[in-house]
Ligand binder design. Structure first.
Ligand SMILES: Cc1cc2nc3c(=O)[nH]c(=O)nc-3n(C[C@H](O)[C@H](O)[C@H](O)COP(=O)(O)O)c2cc1C
Length: 199
């Protein structure tokens, strides 16, 4: 599936429009070093006070770590994510000991910072010839229990990493949706000086 229909309004690096979230994956296994390269990019994301609240729990396909994560996906996501090469659970730490303090304090930016890390991960994944597809469709409490995630960590998303396949591997309904999405125009999301966005 081509991303050539994605035309930016201003010239940007093509990597940004080449990144998209396919559901048709080949089932090819990703190697540990290749996966670590994607997570390495996430590690270099910016965060408030360099708090780095992101954490990643991964499972390569056909390893024992796969099923406890995969089983918590909603059926809609299981239908396509079973062809991913790896699953990554993105977590964020909600409290930390800030510089100059002795006790734990809330880290209000934990999700924002983890989002920056996910974006880095997705872009590096595309750059490496794979694709990343984030999912919020999973049973959060079950996943927390399965992976023994402490209460002071939020489970932000599960990310499927895979090699893009032809959309014919998908069900008819999913195949129809398998096309890179478009974006709101710039004028609808940016305003100068006050809250005034065009429809
Ligand atoms: C936090 C988050 C949660 C998402 N949850 C799901 C999901 O559960 N299932 C799914 O198929 N896609 C999911 N997506 C994919 C989005 O639908 C997709 O990123 C969006 O439509 C933009 O398309 P693009 O990523 O191809 O540019 C999710 C994306 C994000 C960032």
């Amino acid at each position: 599936m081509s991303t050539s229909s994605r035309q930016p309004e201003h010239p940007i690096d093509p990597l940004f429009t080449r990144r998209w979230s396919p559901r048709a994956f080949t089932g090819e296994a990703i190697s540990h070093p290749e996966l670590m390269k994607c997570i390495e990019a996430a590690r270099w994301a910016p965060s408030a006070s360099n708090s780095q609240p992101w954490r990643f729990i991964y499972a390569l396909r056909e390893t024992p770590a796969w099923t406890p994560i995969f089983d918590t996906l909603v059926e809609f996501n299981r239908d396509w994510a079973h062809r991913a090469g790896a699953l990554i659970v993105v977590l964020s730490r909600k409290r930390w000991i800030a510089p100059g303090y002795n006790e734990q304090r809330a880290l209000p930016t934990h999700s924002f910072d983890a989002g920056a890390a996910w974006a880095n991960l997705a872009l590096q994944t595309t750059q490496s010839g794979w694709h990343a597809h984030a999912m919020a469709g999973f049973d959060n409490e079950r996943l927390r229990a399965q992976l023994s995630v402490p209460e002071d960590y939020a489970i932000e998303a599960v990310v499927a990493i895979g090699k893009v396949a032809d959309k014919s591997v998908l069900s008819e309904a999913l195949a129809q949706r398998e096309t890179p999405s478009q974006r709101l125009p710039l004028k609808a999301i940016v305003a100068e000086g006050r809250f005034a966005f065009e429809a």
